[in-house]
Write a protein that binds this ligand. Sequence first.
Ligand code: SPV
Ligand code: MG
Length: 435
Amino acid sequence: MAERKTVFMSIGTDVIHGGHIEIIGQAAQLGELTVGVLTDEVVAAYKRHPLLSCEERMKIAAGLKGVAHVVKQNDIGYAAPLRALKPDYVVHGDDWREGFQKPVREECLQLLAEYGGELVEFPYSHNREYDRLEAAARSQLSIPDLRRGRLKWLIEKKGLVTCMEAHNGLTGLIAEKTAVMENGVIRQFDGMWVSSLCDSTIKGKPDIELVDFSSRLNTINEIMEVTTKPMILDGDTGGLTEHFVYTVRTLERIGVSAVIIEDKIGLKRNSLFGTEAHQQQDSIPNFCHKISEGKRALKTKDFMIIARIESLILEQGLDDALKRAFAYVEAGASGIMIHSRRREPDEVFAFIRRFREKNQHTILVVVPTSYNAVTEDEFKSRGANVVIYANHLIRSSYPAMQKTAETILRCRRSKEASEQFCMPIKEILSLIPEE
Ligand code: SPV
Ligand code: MG
């Protein structure tokens, strides 16, 4: 009797619908079917945060009719399972012939050619009901209780996460949706940073805690309404401790993942002014009190209060920064943000090294605006956990808008600006589709 053929297919979804059952049934007819269940990190990177864990999804897959074996798949690519299993057939929907999965398909074909395996593609079912299901699953992720803890989860899974600044719904969508494909790996930002500088600048105000909390809250809500990724709020100094406890409760309730407060007191100026502007650092006991009171106000284990140290900005030295860091952790800070305005990363690296000698677990946040040549991989290898791109969308949009305005003034009409700098009307009309 001829040996039974073997079949492999990958599953990343946590919403199993009739379309999946159909394709699994067809795959099982070809032979003994092994299903690779993509890990949570992989699903989060290429699609969205999974609502069910990999272990749960493996149990579900194992129970489906036609599935003989289930394996965990650690990569969107097929190299590991195909080299290990050498299945006669790989089954996939034909939707991956185009779009971001195209290189994955090409790699899969090469792998199959190595040992004479075959790719079997079934027509992908564009069913509106399935699209609606996926949209409903995605919208779940914006629910505060599901969004809040996702920053911690991502840091635990990935070691290092990246956050892009967002200052309104549109920039929120850019932070949420921008993705690039590189060697079969999809890169996206993990979360968003709601910067005081950008939130003030977009309102035409200086970054001196002039934009009040209600207004900051409006910005947060505007972004949250159209996105699902975790959010870190730049909480400035946190204000009076008596007020901060209420701020913390509000932020936690609406699904923000973390607030970062800086150890300054009095009229706050943007850190990138350094000592050029008068700025005063808070005392250690006072700031520790603010942290511990904020911590006491929390209702969940998900929300994080992160203490930002301004010692390097105010030229108080590394020892002062470290002394503060350990005191703030002792007071209950879930993380430390170390800030610097030098072009060289040396003092930040020295801080991370000396902090990590004594503390391997507390989350470390860096904001490499001035020392911008350091890569994310290097930060990770040195022990940082969060990289924040604090102001780049506003800094890139302002010059672009100014150029358009100047060109219209100079030309006394909009033709030139429109042709050179503006996206087509048709594209802007369909940029945000109706749901
Ligand atoms: C912000 O983005 O508002 C920050 C970071 O606080 S910085 O501008 O570098 O101070
Ligand atoms: Mg700020």
